[in-house]
Design a protein around this ligand. Structure first.
Ligand code: AKB
Length: 316
């Protein structure tokens, strides 16, 4: 049985990852960690939890030794918009945390996962059908962190034999936990506002296309990649993965199929718009499909239906 340690367990991906992994491997075999305590009614409380600042190597070591983990999923990081507001802090947290986590994986011979992002691409990357291997010259601090992270994970694999695996996530859409500080957050907010207020003002402009994916598909993809045959992983750090490419109008049209009265306006935020403009429109996930069977279940309309239903139930 696997023994998994997750950092950033209270974040947007971490929360759902812990829940799913505990269902699969047993509550006691998944140690959730974060820099702050979970809320008293959080589902995370159904298994072990420890406070961990990922830049604190000594505490990291103690926790891994005590728990006897064999897999480390390092999710703790600042997202793109927050990182851009405080770039030096972002570098120290995102890169300091990652190199610590990789060192721990090396010391304790652990399998390792950390997410990369579509943010690892930049303005001179091909925008459509963005290839797996292509130009990566991002212009945001988050993007710089993600490219550096991909290279560092490759280095730990080739130099030390650490079984590092990663994928470039698009915007992830979930009703369980709202994201914080990302550029793609609008695509989550739009659903909550549709149910709660019947309208939404998007900070991302019309015709700005970005990749998205439903959170369930992202969690399944992590599990699938971690279980894949290591020999087949040519592009292990990090795979392009996406389920759809959308702009705010595309999501509006999908919501209006269920809620014709829904209205969309615009109040563009220049900072987040600049980041979005530097990212691809639509990435090509062929390598993930061929090398480990990536196959998302949700398209835009099936995701929209589920999001609207789940948020309505949550609010009642
Ligand atoms: C962000 O917008 O920062 C993230 C991402 C695409 O990596 N959701």
């Amino acid at each position: 049985m696997k023994k998994i340690i997750i950092t950033g367990a209270l974040g947007q991906i971490g929360t759902e990852l812990v829940i799913k992994l505990r269902k699969k491997y047993g509550n006691d075999n998944v140690l959730a960690t974060d820099i702050r305590e979970p809320e008293s009614d959080s589902e995370i409380n159904n298994g072990p939890f420890e406070i961990l600042d990922v830049t604190d190597h000594d505490r990291f070591q103690v926790l891994v030794k005590e728990f006897e983990g064999d897999t480390l999923m390092h999710m703790a990081a600042l997202l793109s918009a927050t990182a851009e507001k405080n770039p030096l802090f972002a570098w120290n947290l995102n890169m300091g945390g990652l190199v610590n986590a990789l060192e721990i994986a090396r010391e304790f011979d652990m399998q390792f996962f950390t997410p990369s992002s579509i943010g690892a691409f930049g303005p001179n990357t091909p925008k459509d059908m963005t290839p797996q291997v292509t130009i990566q010259r991002p212009t945001s601090m988050y993007g710089v962190n993600k490219v550096s992270g991909e290279l560092l994970c490759d280095y730990y694999f080739t130099k030390f034999g650490v079984d590092t695996r990663s994928m470039r996530f698009p915007g992830l859409i979930s009703y369980v936990k709202e994201p914080g500080g990302g550029t793609t957050d609008y695509a989550v907010e739009i659903y909550f506002k549709a149910i709660r207020e019947g309208r939404y003002d998007s900070y991302i402009a019309q015709d700005t296309y970005m990749d998205m994916m439903f959170m369930d598909d992202a969690i399944d993809a992590i599990i699938q990649l971690m279980e894949a045959d290591s020999e087949r992983l040519i592009n292990r750090n990090a795979y392009n993965v996406s389920a759809m490419s959308v702009d705010p109008e595309t999501i509006k049209a999908s919501i209006q199929k269920k809620m014709p009265e829904f209205e969309l306006g615009y109040d563009v935020d220049p900072e987040r718009q600049a980041i979005a403009d530097s990212w691809p429109n639509a990435i090509d996930s062929t390598c993930a499909k061929e090398e480990w069977g990536f196959s998302p279940n949700y398209d835009l309309d099936s995701m929209t239906e589920l999001m609207l239903k789940a948020i309505k139930e949550k609010d009642n």
